[in-house]
Ligand binder design. Structure first.
Ligand code: ADP
Ligand code: F6P
Length: 323
């Protein structure tokens, strides 16, 4: 029926494991509520360039377990321009789309805010392996990425302990240290270096390593957040200062892939369902967030202005335990 209301969904920014589970939940929930559903390909680029595809219950079968995003993602800087936003809104209006779900990070939510302010209600779902969305305790993809880093670091640990080496492992996170912190705890890293906490080479590496060697430890794992970087140089510096042969590994984009963990699938499913419920009530300019371990929603502008303090307590626990 021409006047049947529709909802659209897109994925934007860096892909994250669990995005497909969120897309699946949006599609199934919306169809169950009587909406027509459109998937928009390649993020805001597809919104502007009319890359819409009607989705059915079966379009999202067998994707809950797949990493990446079947809608593909893209970065589309022209979307910050008025003509592009209006084009995107026009492409939605001609399909009787009354609401849009945007699965991505802070940048994507800025686009969702702009659309909502121009008459197209949009709701954001936090999805980035960086977990750097301040308004939400959790972003889809983070748990899977931690598991990936842990698995890679465990493999590196095998060779480190075989050769009595120090392995410096650089992990993603853009400017945030959440992935470094939590994977560092999970792998028992002798040092976790993040931009949120001051780092002193002598105090944080040389002195403790020499103490560890006295207690019989002869191999080390050091986790460095990409926001700090310099893992290759750090490895050389560690070798020169401690005499421990050192090697650097930059994990790179393996951290973005893989089948999402149960946690990511479950949270993505719940957040997708929640987002459609908001749009069904005509509510836009919101972002679905995890707060106090519960799923709720916040005004996008309020969410974007929030700050998430770094978890220094956990950082210090790692320092005390990983000796
Ligand atoms: P993330 O959503 O993971 O933060 P980006 O920062 O790359 O990823 O943003 C993804 C997309 O969101 C950009 O390519 C652009 O299309 C859109 N976007 C980012 N910032 C803005 C903004 N200030 N206004 C409108 N759209 C934006
Ligand atoms: O935001 C997710 C992320 O993987 C960051 O951790 C990383 O810095 C960035 O994306 C890499 O971006 P690209 O995939 O464009 O190289």
């Amino acid at each position: 029926m021409a006047d049947k209301k529709a909802i659209a969904v897109l994925t934007s920014g860096g892909d994250a494991p669990g995005m497909n589970a969120a897309v699946r939940s949006v599609v199934r929930t919306a169809i169950a509520k009587g909406f027509t559903v459109y998937g928009i390909k390649e993020g805001y680029y597809g919104l502007v360039n009319d890359m819409f595809e009607e989705l059915t219950l079966r379009s999202v079968s067998d994707i809950i377990n797949r990493g990446g995003t079947v809608l593909r993602s893209a970065r589309c800087l022209e979307f910050k321009e008025e003509w592009a936003m209006q084009k995107g809104i026009e492409n939605c209006k001609k399909r009787n789309i009354c609401g849009l779900v945007v699965i991505g990070g802070d940048g994507s939510f800025r686009g969702a805010k702009d659309l909502s302010e121009r008459g197209l209600p949009a709701v954001g779902i936090p999805a980035t392996i960086d977990n750097d969305i301040s308004a939400s305790e959790y972003s889809i993809g983070f748990d899977t990425a931690i598991d990936t880093v842990m698995e890679m670091a465990d493999r590196i640990r095998d060779t480190s302990s075989s050769h009595l080496r120090c392995s410096v492992i650089e992990v993603m996170g853009r400017h945030a240290g959440w992935l470094a912190l939590e994977s560092g705890i999970a792998v028992g890293a002798s040092a976790i270096i993040v931009s949120e906490v001051p780092f002193n080479f002598e105090e944080d590496i040389v002195k403790p390593f020499k103490k560890h060697i006295e207690t019989g430890r002869h191999s080390f794992i050091v986790i460095v957040a990409e926001g700090v970087g310099g893992s290759a140089e750090l490895a050389k510096k560690i070798e020169a200062a401690t005499g421990v042969e050192s090697r650097a590994t930059i994990l790179g984009h393996v951290q973005r892939g893989g089948s999402p963990t149960a946690k990511d699938r479950i949270i993505a499913t719940k957040m997708g369902h929640y987002a459609v419920n908001l749009l069904e009530k005509g509510i836009g300019k919101r972002v679905v967030v995890m707060r106090d371990n519960a799923i709720t929603d916040l005004d996008i502008f309020e969410a974007l202005s929030m700050k998430k303090p770094f978890d220094v307590e956990s950082y210090n626990i790692a320092k005390e335990v990983n000796i």
